[in-house]
Every structure is written in C-alpha cells, then in structure tokens.
Write a protein that binds this ligand. Structure first.
Ligand code: SF4
Length: 178
C-alpha cells in the first residue's frame, strides 16, 4: 500500500483532547522504503519499513506484498510493530520496587544483572532437588521458570536452553505457546 497513512499507534499518555484530535498524516511517497523481516516468530514475514528521509525516524511499517511468505499480510503481532519501534511509553531504564515499598527506583543495568544473578543462585540453592519421592535422580528445581521470546534466534535459543538446563530448570516455555 502506498500513499499517505494516519499514525495513531504511538499515542502514549495523550490527553483526552489530544486523543480525540485526528492523527497526523505522513506522505509515504517521499519516505525511504526498506525491506525487513518481522522479529516475532519463525514464520519470518516480510516488512516494508518507511523512514523519514530528513530525520531518519520510522514513520510506518506494513507487510511486504512482494514477500513470498506473507504477501503483504501481517498477524496482530506483526501489525503492531510500529508501536514497538516508536513508542514514548516504552521503558528504556531499569525500575525496581523493593519488597513492601510503594515507589519505583531507577537502577543501572549492572545493578539489575547482579540482583538477578543473586536471586537465581539463592532460589536454586534453596530449592534444588537431587532425587524425587521414589529416590530417582532428578537434579532439578521447580521453583523457577524460563520464558523464551520469538525474537530470539536459533543460537540464542541453544545458549539459553543449555544455561537453563544446567541450572536444573524443567519449566522452560516459549511465549508463542501461551
Ligand atoms: S509474528 Fe506474525 S507477522 Fe511476525 S513473522 Fe510471525 S506470523 Fe508473521
């Protein structure tokens, strides 16, 4: 689809007055058009990404009608890609709410990774089972679960599986099956 398109996806915290205003129009004829692939699942649908030539910002994303897999169509997740790429409400910093606290505090990524590692080790150490009720060796913890993402590639999935299995996790799932 070429021409102009109304952008209504990245409303963020718009006021009621703003929300009722017609969304701005953008001219796709003058935009730079780039092909890409949807990152959400292994179907691999083709995309057309339109960027403003002056600012370099993404102004529209749609299905690529010339792509052999999706032929211009996108599912609900793919159709929402623009809101993922351009969204003022998207979180870009780590926020932490301590137990029993009523407020969120901004933290660094280093702090967050240390904290996650600390809690993973503590939970594993406190819940690890070497045998089950029948005395069979299991070497597992059922106190943690891992949820994968469709945006991961094969190599990342392999690494995550190896890491989670080595920790003893048995509850390992994929977001697309929820
Ligand atoms: S998430 Fe939807 S649009 Fe994206 S590749 Fe999968 S089926 Fe296609």
């Amino acid at each position: 689809m070429m021409g102009s398109v109304a952008l209504g996806g990245a409303a963020g915290k718009a006021s009621q007055a703003e929300a009722s205003s017609p969304p701005p129009m953008v001219d796709l004829q003058t935009a730079r058009k780039t092909t890409s692939i949807c990152p959400y699942c292994a179907v691999g649908c083709g995309l057309l990404v339109y960027t403003d030539r002056a600012s370099g910002e993404i102004i529209h994303i749609e299905g690529d009608p010339e792509h052999p897999i999706n032929q211009g169509t996108l599912c609900a997740k793919g159709s929402g890609l623009y809101q993922m790429a351009v969204n003022p409400a998207r979180m870009t910093k780590v926020l932490h709410r301590a137990p029993h606290s009523g407020k969120w505090e901004e933290k660094s990524w280093d702090w967050a990774l240390e904290r996650i590692a600390e809690l993973v080790q503590k939970t594993r150490d406190n819940t690890f089972e070497t045998t089950n009720a029948q005395g069979q060796r299991v070497n597992r913890t059922t106190a943690m679960a891992h949820l994968g993402s469709a945006a991961l590639d094969n190599e990342e999935c392999w690494l995550l599986q190896a890491m989670m299995r080595s920790l003893g996790l048995v509850n390992i799932e994929h977001q697309a099956r929820i």
